[in-house]
Design a protein around this ligand. Structure first.
Ligand SMILES: [Mn+2]
Length: 328
């Protein structure tokens, strides 16, 4: 059937949901065109269906497509930012990376290379996982493109700076220790947000602090509030190239049950979206959204939260790219 799309400002937009019902047809993220239909895209949404790095519940390999399915209800205007992201910048769905489901090292190489290939034209990547292992090769590519170590905001219930699991160095619980060891993070400006729950021991926190991480716990978000936290994070990051990694388990299981390692006492989807919106004007160079495991989801709650988080991240990217164009 013919695809009738919203076209504005010379951009190929989403399928027009006033002409073709939202629930019809194959899913791309936010019903956006595929990359082959809009090859000039300045922002690319790409899936990484990989979950061989998980330590508890598997299933995040199905996350990329679940978020696409749950994104059918997204509309083109973002009132929270007074912005139509898909009109400001051409945004396209680049499909899924074809990663080895059995060999983690091979998968990491593929992800890094694909991320570099996709951004060779200067475009910005919004990656949808997949488990958190994928953040390491994505950060490698982001810092290579930035030409320097990048600042990072890491939203997660967990630190993900553990050393090894069962002797394995590359897992979804270890990407940020590896990233610090590799020198691809700017350790003056890396923060976890939303962490909580029991740890193996106090050493986990001591190691994490030694690597340079600041921590805004889930309790801090409750007691200090979004505005104060946004101000602190912005001060710490400044104008450094910033990568944002969102593990959907940062949300309370009441907001996002469909994930691999849930922890009670998490932040709400409203708090997460508000903190993200608070990052407007920062030098955002890339982002990922990981750990959606649809088999544990109910009524698309996790998928809907994830699709909206990605929408606000894409909005931040679009705002940054248009502001840069206007300035230059
Ligand atoms: Mn994580």
């Amino acid at each position: 059937m013919e695809e009738i799309r919203v076209e504005a400002n010379g951009k190929i937009g989403p399928i027009d949901s006033s002409k073709i019902p939202r629930f019809a047809g194959p899913a791309t993220y936010a019903r956006l065109p595929r990359l082959d239909q809009a090859p000039e895209a300045g922002i690319k949404v790409v899936g990484v269906p990989f979950d061989a790095g998980v330590s508890y519940r598997p299933g995040a390999r199905f996350g990329s497509n679940h978020v696409r399915e749950s994104s059918r209800l997204l509309r083109p205007y973002n009132p929270a930012m007074d912005l139509s992201p898909f009109e400001e910048v051409q945004v396209a769905d680049a499909g899924d990376m074809a990663v080895n489901p059995f060999n983690i090292n091979d998968a990491i190489e593929t992800i890094q290379q694909n991320a570099l290939d996709l951004t060779a034209d200067g475009s910005t990547l919004m990656t949808i996982g997949g488990d958190h292992t994928i953040a390491l090769p994505l950060l490698r590519a982001a810092s290579e493109r930035a030409g320097e170590p990048v600042a990072m905001l890491h939203f997660d219930a967990h630190l993900d700076t553990w050393d090894t699991y069962f002797g394995a160095e590359y897992t979804h619980g270890t990407p940020f220790r590896r990233a610090v060891e590799e020198g691809i993070l700017d350790t003056e400006a890396i923060s976890h947000v939303g962490t909580r729950g029991p740890l193996y021991g106090k050493k986990d926190l001591e190691d994490d602090k030694r690597f340079g991480f600041g921590i805004v716990t889930s309790s801090d978000v409750y007691y200090q509030g979004v505005r104060e936290i946004v101000d602190k994070l912005r001060d710490r990051i400044g104008n450094r190239p910033l990568y944002i990694s969102v593990d959907i388990d940062v949300l309370d299981p009441a907001h996002a049950p469909g994930t691999g390692t849930p922890e009670a006492g998490g932040i709400t989807s409203r708090e997460l979206l508000e903190i993200l919106r608070g990052m407007r004007g920062m030098n955002l160079v890339g982002a990922d959204l990981v750990e959606v495991s649809p088999a544990y989801d109910h009524a698309e709650m996790t998928g809907i939260a994830a699709s909206h988080v990605a929408y606000d991240l894409v909005s931040l990217m679009a705002d940054k790219r248009t502001t840069e164009q206007k300035d230059s």
